[in-house]
Ligand binder design. Sequence first.
Ligand code: ATP
Ligand code: LTN
Length: 328
Amino acid sequence: MRILSGIKPTGQLTLGNYIGALRNFKTFQDKGECFIFIADLHALTLPIDPKVLRSNSLDIAAFYLASGLDPKKCTLFLQSEVSAHAEANAILQNYLYMGELSRMTQFKEKSHTMKDSAIGLGLFAYPVLMSADILLYDANIVPVGEDQTQHIELTRDLVNRFNKRYGKVLIMPKAEVGKVGKRIMSLSDPTKKMSKSDVKGDIYLKDDMATVRKKIMSAVTDSGSEIKYDVEHKPGISNLLVIYAALKDIDLQAAEAHFKGYRYGDFKKAVADAVVAELEPFQKRYQEIIRSGKVLDILHAGAKKASVVANATLKRIKHAVGLLDENQ
Ligand code: ATP
Ligand code: LTN
């Protein structure tokens, strides 16, 4: 089995990225061949300072390692360092269409406040490159948070379309979304997704522990006093329950039962304790990894390994569509 996922280095990673994606990756490295990358080409789809992009990319690599990904078991690499991604993108863009791309929620959310003259083609064509990422590795499983499943559905449509025309060339991928924590909400507005481009209401993986506690203690809660999972009537409490359950690896009923009779204040304190217990050692590992100075070497070695797999698939795709290669 092949597993592939990535995170784009657009900003400081949040607890949402951690619970929805990062934390789950390591569970796959013993289940099959695992490819985890930094989607740095995708980060260019909105304006970003080159220095910030470089430092975010290194940070994500260090976070991957700190989360327990082992470069011996799982290939870690930069998307831009494996040129097959850009080449496959150039071919596959002809098999996804304007109508379906313009219906993508992420595109609509990111572009609705922008003028047409400011929206780059890369933002619109984002799912093409993402499909290339996935298909180049013949990935069976793509672990992601809920917001990315629409892009993976589109990749599946592309596979059907392409294979119908050229025979069985591409492997059908499937999104794998965690049971608890697939969509962590903002602490200041629990009806909105916690997202790294939204500054308020986020817990950042680099926040110091006092800040983490403060943010959780001042999270928006709801009227009433019961600790209950009810997204419609109690979005704030439900979000904190999800965070707790995900970090403790328990289901929501067990979390609810645990907090029966708790007051909001004590409940929030317990959630803050759970987040600190997870992030404190994680940050220590991150610091050690950055100090080791080995991150770039790991990424370069990963790109070499990834290129072998990606180039083989690219060759298959090129041959299928009729591009001549060195053997013809
Ligand atoms: P941006 O705000 O720059 O769009 P983002 O925070 O949404 O970024 P991505 O890089 O798009 O983050 O996502 C990285 C991974 O984290 C994806 O698998 C995504 O589904 C997951 N993810 C992002 N935000 C959340 C969230 N709030 N809850 C759960 N998973 C999330
Ligand atoms: N769009 C993803 C990042 C990403 C990705 C991928 C995830 C780019 N290519 C391929 C899974 C598989 C995001 O996190 N926003």
